[in-house]
Structures are given as structure tokens and as C-alpha cells.
Design a protein. Structure first.
Ligand SMILES: [Zn+2]
Length: 541
């Protein structure tokens, strides 16, 4: 058995002496697991001791004379840092989803929210609400370009005036002042799509005034945009924005969309490799599902039709001149996406949920573009696009050493029987498919992509590794049983093989069952927990 040397960080010493009653009694001992520290290093067989919300010791606890109030035998199991979901839509603001159970069952202990350009500027308010109400996982926020643009100029398809740009800058600055990690954009979506590159650079410059700021990009064109901006152009744009503004860049749910891009992941990855070689801190995050989830309007209606908002869109539906053009362009958009039978409605409207756009069109005796417009008249709809990603691309991307992991997922609860399984299985699917079954990547490498790599990118110094002094976010997995259970037909299935999950030293899952605890904390830029008083080491709650 390898014994780690105990290194008490000076800053944590008062905390440790306060927490351990006597020299050698801690709260919890996980005995004899196969411990992966999150760095990509091979595992060691070791005991892990937890005191309060911190990892107190890793090594041979008996030899070190450490005992605990609670001892759990984890021999034969895999012990890792809790996983970090680098692009998430976990529903922490709603009653259903606040406990993040779908994520915890994958071993996820931290989620990144406010992505795709959607994060508001009221960061402190949202963090405070989470701290008050309790959340199941740790969470952090980005401030969003789309939200800033919408607040300043609505859905108009034009550049901002100088005053409007200043208002957008102030929006971003407020978010950053309150602890956001950086700027997120959704240039594929509206109104972000109406922005020129320079506008995003200007806003990113505001974020760059804060140390460690990140630009999180949902690309303008992942491969299936209409009209095409170009998958490679889009990656180049994301790199340029970060490089000129001085922020790190992360490509969210990075992959190449559409049959015309199957096998082309290495080309996009090469652009990122080139940027990294010249010193730009660029990385990505991915999951291994082949379907996307977004909204029907984005997938079937060109952005010019929506300029001015939904009522303007409906006026254009109703005008014979514009209607003919819209109809033709919707057909072209559907063709890029594999056809109306690849667009699966996962909306709350139960008469639509689980049907493809082709099904609905047939039921209504309409063409697919007609059916799409009819749905959109009463509101945008959530949809999946089946088969948009290529498994070969995904396998390639799993092997690049700057690729983190994300769910991009939302557990909408019982209101949507059919939804994307990624909220329930992204991390466990990657482990099951790529590590266990295909042995395409090793377990240490995969764990690093889910933990240490992400923690380093986020600028965390006390979370994301399984080491002494770090926050006790820990997943204990039975690799013989790890498996995603959620399917496209029946998504609401928790992953299996996650035996124990600790968040800040508290069991969120124990012996395979959720405990109902809410041990998650909002995490400010830089890694401190919110509110800052928790930093002093007082036990939470
Ligand atoms: Zn996205």
C-alpha cells in the first residue's frame, strides 16, 4: 500500500485542528478503495479520511492511527474526485431538480450553468438563492451574451449603438463583479446570432479584466447552421474572440454536426491544437450521445424570419411572399438535420412529446414545414435532433488531452416523459462505452477529463482532485456495474454503479440511494464558496 505524505496546507491548519477532535479521529473513513486522484495518474489502494468538508488524509489510515465516527468499506471500488459537468442545464432553480439527482447518480458533484449565452447578470442573487434554498451539487455561473443583448436591444437584427454596447458591457461587468466565471455565448441562437464577432470580443474584454476569465462558446455553426457559416470558420471565430480579448476559451459540447461533417472532428481539433501551440488557452467539453437537444424554431426557421421577435415571425408566416421563402428554407434546414423524422419533439405539450416532426405532420395532414410553423404559432418547442453527431468523431475527440466532459443536460422532471437521456447518463455512458467496453481511453485518463482537467481550467485550487486539503467531493464507483440506464425512449432512468457520492463531505448518495441531503454550494470565480464566510472553514448549514 502506498502511503501519501500528509501535507497540511498552512491556510487550512486552523480548520483541521478545529475539526479533528484529538489528533486522529475524523468524520469518515473510506477504507481500501482504488483511488484515482484526478491527475491522470494510475490509482493507488488507499484509505480516504474526511473531516468536515475536507479530505483530511489519503493513505494507510490504520498505520497513521486514524479512526472515524463513520467507516465505510470500499475495497474493490473506484474512488475518484466528484465529476465536474462543464456545460449543464441542471434545474437548480426549480423545485424539481434542485437536488440534481440525475447528475449525482452519474458521480457529478459540480455543474457549470449560465451557458449558451443565457446567464443573467443577477449572479449574486441567484447564488444567494441557491445557498438559502439548498442545492444538491456545487454550481457556478457564467454571464451570457444573449442575455446581455436581449436586455439591451431585444430581438433586433442590427449592431448595437454605442450606448447599447455600453449597456451590454455593464451587464457583463455586473455578472463578473458578482462572481461569474466569464462570458458565455450562444451565437447559434437568437439574438446572439445577430451579433458580429467584434461585439462579442468587446464584451469578452470586460470579462478579461477579471483574473482567470473564461469565454464559453456555443458556436455560431457546429455544422448544421443555416445559412452555413462554416464549422471551421465557427471554431476560428471562437478562438479569435478569446485570443483578442484575453480570455481562456472552452468549446461547449464540442463536436461536428451533420452527415456532411462525419469524420471531420480532426479538422476542428487541429484548429484548437494550433491555437494551444501558440499559447492560447483553448479547450473543449463533450458527451458521447449522437442526438442534440434544442428548440424547434432554431432548427427549422432561419434567423432573419425571427428578427423583431415572435410576433414579427408570425407576420412573416402569414405573408405570401415571405412564406414561400420560409417554406423553402425550412426544407433545406431539415435536410441538413437528416429530415423531419430525425426531429423528435420532447416538449412539455403531451400531445407532441415523443413524436417526430414527421409523425406530427402526418397526423395533421400537413407538410413538415407547415407542421413546424403551426407548432411555433403557439410557442417554441423543445426538440431533439437524432443522429446529428457521428460516433467516430466522438471517439476521436475523447482522445484529445484537452477534452473535458459535460452533460449539456436538463432533467425536466415528470412533465416530459421523453427527453434527452444526457442529463441522466453522460458521464456514466462515457465510462461504460469508451472506457469499459471499447477500452478506447483509460480510466485514469477519463477520470482526469471529468475532474482535474476541468478544475484546473476553472482556476480551482481546492477542489477537483482527491488530495489532502481539497474539498471532499468524492465519487465511489463500482466499475463492474457502472452504466447509463437512460434511453431515448425512456430517459428518466438514473445511472447505476455509483455507490457513494459525497459533496463537501456529505453523502448525497450512499449505498446506491440518494440521501436527500443538499450539500452543494455556489462557487464563486476563483473557487471560493458563496457566501464567503464559509471560507473560514465553519461547517456549512
Ligand atoms: Zn449549448
Amino acid at each position: 500500500m502506498k502511503t501519501f505524505r500528509f501535507v497540511a496546507l498552512a491556510v487550512l491548519a486552523p480548520f483541521f485542528s478545529a475539526c479533528a477532535s484529538g489528533e486522529d479521529s475524523v468524520d469518515l473513513l473510506l477504507l481500501g478503495g482504488s483511488v484515482y486522484d484526478g491527475s491522470g495518474a494510475d490509482p493507488v489502494i488507499a484509505d480516504v479520511a474526511v473531516a468536515g468538508d475536507r479530505i483530511w488524509y489519503v493513505g494507510d489510515a490504520a498505520a497513521a492511527g486514524i479512526t472515524a465516527a463513520d467507516t465505510v468499506d470500499v475495497r474493490g471500488l473506484t474512488v475518484t474526485p466528484g465529476f465536474i459537468d462543464m456545460h449543464s442545464h441542471a434545474e437548480l432553480d426549480s423545485d424539481h431538480g434542485r437536488d440534481a439527482r440525475a447528475f449525482l447518480y452519474q458521480g457529478v458533484t459540480s455543474v457549470v450553468l449560465g451557458v449558451d449565452g443565457g446567464g443573467g447578470s443577477g449572479v449574486a442573487e441567484r447564488l444567494a438563492r441557491w445557498a438559502d434554498d439548498g442545492i444538491g451539487v456545487n454550481a457556478l455561473l457564467f454571464v451570457g451574451h444573449n442575455a446581455a443583448r436581449r436586455a439591451a436591444i431585444g430581438m433586433e437584427d442590427r449592431p448595437p449603438t454605442a450606448e447599447e454596447l455600453d449597456a451590454m458591457r455593464a451587464f457583463v461587468r455586473k455578472g463578473m463583479e458578482e462572481g461569474a466565471y466569464g462570458l458565455s455565448s450562444g451565437l447559434f441562437y437568437l439574438p446572439g446570432n445577430y451579433a458580429e464577432t467584434q461585439e462579442v470580443i468587446e464584451l469578452n474584454r470586460v470579462a478579461a479584466e477579471y483574473e482567470g476569465a473564461i469565454y464559453d462558446t456555443h458556436d455560431r455553426d457546429l455544422g448544421a447552421s443555416y445559412p452555413s457559416f462554416g464549422y471551421l470558420n465557427s471554431i476560428a471565430e471562437g478562438i479569435r474572440i478569446g485570443e483578442e480579448a484575453g480570455t481562456k476559451v472552452i468549446f461547449s459540447h464540442f463536436n461536428a454536426q451533420g452527415a456532411h461533417n462525419y469524420g471531420r472532428a480532426p479538422e476542428g481539433a487541429a484548429l484548437i491544437e494550433e491555437a494551444r501551440a501558440r499559447g492560447v488557452e483553448v479547450a473543449g467539453a463533450h458527451h458521447s450521445y449522437t442526438a442534440t437537444q434544442s428548440n424547434l424554431r432554431s432548427y427549422t426557421i432561419p434567423s432573419w424570419v425571427v428578427a423583431g421577435g415572435d410576433s414579427a415571425m408570425i407576420r412573416r408566416f402569414d405573408h405570401p411572399d415571405t412564406l414561400a421563402l420560409i417554406d423553402r428554407q425550412t426544407r433545406e434546414m431539415l435536410a441538413i438535420r437528416g429530415g423531419a423524422d430525425h426531429i423528435l419533439l420532447v416538449d412539455e405539450r403531451l400531445d407532441l412529446n415523443g413524436k417526430t416532426l414527421a409523425d406530427v405532420a402526418a397526423e395533421w395532414g400537413l407538410t413538415a414545414p407547415e407542421a413546424a410553423r403551426r407548432i411555433l404559432r403557439t410557442g417554441n418547442a423543445s426538440v431533439m435532433n437524432l443522429g446529428l453527431y457521428d460516433e467516430e468523431n466522438t471517439r476521436y475527440l475523447a482522445g484529445v488531452d484537452w477534452m473535458m466532459t459535460c452533460t449539456d443536460g436538463q432533467d425536466p422532471g415528470p412533465t416530459r416523459p421523453v427527453t434527452h437521456p444526457r442529463a441522466f447518463g453522460s458521464f456514466t455512458k462515457k465510462l461504460k462505452d469508451l472506457v469499459i467496453d471499447e477500452q478506447l481511453i483509460t480510466l485514469p485518463y477519463s477520470v482526469r477529463s471529468m475532474t482535474g482537467l476541468a478544475a484546473d481550467f476553472l482556476g480551482w485550487t481546492d477542489r477537483g482532485y482527491l488530495r489532502v486539503g481539497m474539498a471532499a467531493d468524492i465519487a465511489v464507483l463500482d466499475m463492474a456495474r457502472v452504466q447509463d440506464m437512460a434511453t431515448y425512449e425512456d430517459a428518466h432512468q438514473y445511472s447505476e454503479g455509483t455507490v457513494h457520492v459525497l459533496v463537501n463531505g456529505v453523502f448525497a448518495i450512499r449505498d446506491g440511494s440518494a440521501t436527500g441531503e443538499m450539500p452543494g454550494r455556489p462557487i464563486l470565480r476563483g473557487g471560493a464558496a458563496f457566501p464567503r464566510t464559509l471560507l473560514a472553514g465553519e461547517p456549512a448549514g
